[in-house]
Design a protein. Structure first.
Length: 333
């Protein structure tokens, strides 16, 4: 076993609220791994938009104080009872779980896998949650077919840029929205074909542009992560028998909705969560293998916006919430 310190740095919240509730601590006891868990010494911690939902109270926090963060990578520092034999001390691993904003994180073996030699620890943390989200969206939520038109909102964000690349890799045609010309250019460089502004003042204009780009038909699928303010317009962009996939709430939760509206086009409506597509280690391994393969074959490039020191968590959070970022944000303890 690796020798462990008694205390560690971590970021926790004692209540929900704005970024002022984020507390950087230097004296948190180092946790012990329980049955089926390993303790990971984090080298890189991924920031995800979902972290802001827990902090602000959109999603419920199980218990205060609560250490935020859903993914990280590093090395195994300690092993609890009954973990798979490939998870041994000092092994480089990447995981999805809770309490990642810390030097050490106990994680269930179900959501922890060794990092292949050809993938860096940094890229593994930057990719795992957002890229698996993108992969499960195109494979499961709406199995995307070659030649299909797909609409992606927030296309220059972490998940967005990965979606643009994956859609290109599977032969789909992407219409991308992002808030600035620079972000739209980036979406284009990552595979999007048609670039649109949201037209916040006139959503019908946005719908018209999507219909125009698709010969009046609409798109086979929408992958919308903006939520509240884009849901309605996005649904109007779906073609007959297409899929409206709402997978995030960056602008707030989608308002209650009458399912009768779906009958106009026999559209499918999905609200998927990655964690319900990947519930076992076999499922994680299967999708991770596809992810490493995409990276290995140079079909997926993970753009890292910035690596922030853990103590700069407030600045990092303000950057992502302030729509200033493109690609992935990482923290380093
Ligand atoms: P991003 O890097 O995409 O950041 C969020 C982006 O949302 C911003 O850059 C911004 O892009 C856009 N946005 C639109 N409206 C707002 C607003 N009012 N406030 C802030 N941002 C806004 O984050 P992630 O890649 O981490 O996550 C993207 C989305 O995917 C999130 O909604 C997240 O919850 C969801 N997600 C869902 C998962 C699931 O399992 N269902 C798993 C992982 C992520 P722009 O300025 O171009 O509009």
């Amino acid at each position: 076993m690796v020798s462990l310190p008694k205390t560690m740095k971590a970021v926790w919240i004692e209540e929900t609220g704005g970024t002022d509730v984020l507390q950087y601590k230097t004296d948190i006891p180092v946790p012990e791994p329980k049955e089926g868990e390993v303790l990971v010494k984090n080298e890189f911690i991924g920031i995800n938009y979902i972290d802001t939902y827990f902090r602000s109270g959109i999603y419920p926090v199980p218990k205060f104080p609560y250490i935020l963060g859903r993914e990280g990578s590093g090395t195994i520092a300690a092993v609890g009872p009954n973990v798979p034999s490939d998870l041994t001390p000092n092994k480089r691993v990447v995981y999805m779980g809770q309490h990642a904003y810390a030097e050490y994180t106990p994680v269930t073996a179900n959501y922890t896998i060794p990092i292949p030699d050809e993938i860096s620890t940094k890229d593994a943390a930057a990719a795992i949650l957002q890229a698996l989200t993108a992969i499960t969206l195109i494979r499961e939520a709406h199995p995307v077919k070659k030649g299909e038109w797909v609409l992606v909102t927030a296309a220059a964000g972490g998940v967005g840029l990965l979606l643009c690349q994956l859609l290109k890799a599977v032969g789909a045609r992407t219409i991308a929205t992002a808030s600035t010309p620079e972000k739209r250019e980036l979406a284009k460089q990552n595979g999007a074909e048609v670039l649109l502004a949201y037209h916040e003042e006139d959503r019908d204009k946005f719908v018209e542009e999507v219909l125009q780009a698709t010969g009046g038909e609409g798109v086979a699928a929408v992958f919308d992560s903006v939520g509240k303010v884009t849901f309605d317009a996005c649904l109007k962009c779906v073609k007959r028998k297409g899929s409206m996939v709402s997978f995030g709430n960056a602008s707030g939760a989608v308002e209650p909705f009458s399912i009768a509206r779906l009958s106009q086009k026999n559209a499918k409506l999905l609200r998927p969560a990655l964690i319900a597509y990947i519930t076992t280690r076999d499922e994680l391994q299967m999708y991770a293998t596809e992810l490493w393969d995409f990276i290995d074959k140079k079909k997926l490039n993970v753009r890292i916006h910035e690596v922030y020191p853990l103590k700069d968590v407030v600045r990092a959070t303000q950057d992502i919430e302030g729509r200033k970022t493109t690609g992935k944000l990482l923290l380093q303890p």
